[in-house]
Design a protein around this ligand. Structure first.
Ligand SMILES: Cc1cc2nc3c(=O)[nH]c(=O)nc-3n(C[C@H](O)[C@H](O)[C@H](O)COP(=O)(O)OP(=O)(O)OC[C@H]3O[C@@H](n4cnc5c(N)ncnc54)[C@H](O)[C@@H]3O)c2cc1C
Length: 556
């Protein structure tokens, strides 16, 4: 929003205002404060951490870290750069992970990996004491092992409210092992963290001069004498914003990974665009690699990302409402669309993405690399989002149908708080016909015809007898669905991360549509575009770069 800074009544002020206390914002705020600036850190939610604190805490930092050297892994910033810009690496569906990355942004990332690793360790993050591996990474480079793991230590897990048992606390990787030490470091450094302060606008008077924030219904003006850093974490929870990249992503994709701890509502992108900022590297959002869209990990609840199970002890359980049923074996369910029809092999999964040694043999930029990948164009997620032939966008709800025998095999408890019956994410009935008729909820835009579900299951049970699935090639369908009660559990794909956002340069300054720097505005992490890498390393590196450069701005 354009304003006159001299005529504005400011409620609070600091040299640097950082928006979002997540993987980008906390490092940005701490480094800015330690460099001498006064810092206000605004966080929309009642606690810090963002998606980062719900994460697996797997951090792909390479380039020659002390951990890599100790493990005898030879890595350099140049290798990180080359890996993350290699045009020749493609996924089995043909999509390239790295081809559309912005070289300037990846170069800055590569050059800052080692410094970021050292900085995290110096600020209290304990990494699991083992050699870097390839666990948990997506699109992190083919050449060497880089994945580090933040140890859970004694911090309570946000998913359960309880700490990890002492025996596994130093060896299990979790996001709170990354974020809680940074929260402590921010307090120690003197960062003023304002919880439940949601930024609603960025103010520009030629340069960026502050932000508007909403605190419990009250609008506040917060002045930034030097700079504002956007670390708001992306856009995949904003239906209109995400549909710019993929029109299929309509309202029913409501189970975002990381929610309900925090949302990705595109507020940072929208506020920056309102003062002229450009988006950047848009292919990376639609490119079918990594985990920006996933098959659910749990069924029967709204927040069903595979890596998170919300338990009653969590302080956001009132928002999560149910833990969901973890699926050990997808042979136990048949997945149907709104009309009760099967659409794909239930045991199939997500897009893949590049990691250490996945292209083998591999040589940088070699035209032969794609030949070492077995072509596999389709997956479960795309089939689930294909939808009905009714001319509408969005695949609609996907339901996992199972019976009482499946409940026994999986040792499920098909009742609250494990499933969400109250809000229409889980149904049960004595017959399949009754089950179909009961499926009424806000995203089920057409009734499921009872006869259609009965016919689908009868046909599937025949495949179990025959030992093959001529419709979708499910390997040896194992179990009939025949014993009442019958169940329908929400199993709709989950949007996960943002790989596109504001246009930034190597200093994490935000640029406008003419490629000009917007003075005083910085961004990093999932709200920044140009670099398709999943997650924490990108966010932490860019947070540090943004925080350091924000302090170098002239005071307004
Ligand atoms: C379940 C899960 C597991 C994951 N596992 C891994 C992993 O193992 N390894 C990995 O590398 N990555 C992982 N990720 C991804 C990683 O957590 C994110 O990429 C990373 O946290 C992004 O950092 P960020 O700073 O951009 O956003 P976040 O960490 O989400 O922080 C953004 C913060 O901004 C706040 N905010 C948003 N809008 C506003 C506003 N208007 N005003 C004030 N505050 C606002 C949010 O509430 C939030 O606290 C995982 C993500 C999830 C959800």
């Amino acid at each position: 929003m354009n304003i006159d800074a001299n005529k504005t009544v400011w409620d609070q002020e600091a040299d640097v205002v950082v928006i979002g206390a997540g993987a980008t914002g906390l490092p940005a705020a701490i480094v800015a404060r330690e460099t001498g600036a006064s810092v206000i850190l605004l966080e929309a939610e009642a606690d810090i951490g963002g998606h980062a604190i719900t994460s697996g805490g797997n951090v792909p930092l390479g380039g020659g870290t002390a951990a890599q050297i100790a493990a005898g892994i030879h890595d350099t910033p140049d290798l990180v750069f080359r890996d993350n810009t290699d045009w020749s690496v493609v996924q089995p569906n043909g999509f390239p992970d790295y081809r559309y990355n912005d070289r300037e942004i990846v170069r800055a990332f590569a050059d800052y990996n080692v410094a970021t690793y050292d900085w995290l360790v110096a600020h209290g993050v304990v990494f699991v004491d083992k050699a870097p591996d390839d666990w948990g990474g997506t699109s992190i480079g083919n050449s060497v092992l880089r994945e580090m793991h933040a140890a859970a230590m004694h911090w309570p897990l946000v998913q359960t409210g309880a700490p990890e048992p002492a025996a596994t606390a130093p060896t299990r990787s979790t996001g709170n092992g990354l974020m809680r030490p940074l929260e402590v470091a921010a307090k120690k450094a003197g960062v003023r963290t304002l919880l439940e302060h949601r930024m609603t606008a960025i103010y520009r008077d030629g340069r960026v001069v502050g932000v508007q924030a909403n605190h419990k219904g009250k609008a506040l003006n917060i002045r930034a004498r030097q700079a504002v850093v956007v670390g708001t974490g992306g856009h995949t929870g904003n239906v209109n914003f995400r549909r710019m990249f993929d029109p299929r992503l309509t309202e029913e994709y409501c189970g975002l990974g990381g929610m309900p701890w925090s949302n990705q509502d595109a507020s940072g992108e929208i506020a920056a665009m309102a003062i002229g900022a450009s988006l950047w590297g848009l292919y990376n959002q639609t490119g079918e690699f990594g985990i920006h869209l996933t098959k659910p990990g749990t069924i029967g609840c709204q927040y069903n990302y595979r890596g998170v199970k919300w338990m009653p002890g969590s302080k956001v359980f009132d928002r999560a409402r149910a833990s969901g049923l973890s699926v050990e074996d997808w042979q136990n369910v048949v997945m149907v669309n709104m009309l009760g029809a099967r659409f794909y092999d239930e045991t199939e999964g997500n897009f893949s993405s590049n990691n250490y040694d996945q292209v083998r043999p591999y040589a940088y930029g070699d035209w032969r690399n794609p030949r070492n990948v077995v072509y596999k164009p389709n997956n479960w997620v795309n089939a689930a989002m294909a939808g009905l032939a009714d001319g509408q966008n969005g695949g609609g709800p996907i339901w996992a149908i199972f019976d009482a025998e499946a409940v026994k095999r999986e040792k499920w408890n098909p009742a609250p708080p494990d499933v969400d019956t109250e809000h229409g994410f889980f149904f049960s009935a004595g017959t399949l016909g009754e089950l179909a008729a009961k499926i009424v909820m806000k995203y089920q835009r057409v009734p499921m015809p009872p006869a259609a579900l009965e016919a689908t299951i009868a046909r599937y049970n025949g495949f179990v007898d025959a030992g093959s699935d001529p419709d979708f090639g499910k390997p040896r369908p194992a179990y009939k669905i025949a014993t009442p009660p019958f169940y329908a559990a929400w199993a709709t794909p989950v949007p996960h991360d943002s790989r596109t956002g504001l246009r930034i340069n190597a200093k994490c300054q935000v640029l406008d549509l003419n490629g000009k720097i917007i003075p005083g505005l910085y961004c990093g992490g999932e709200s920044a575009g140009g670099f398709s890498q999943h997650g924490l390393a990108r966010a932490a590196v860019q947070g540090l770069i943004a925080g350091q450069n924000a302090v170098r701005e002239e005071s307004a």
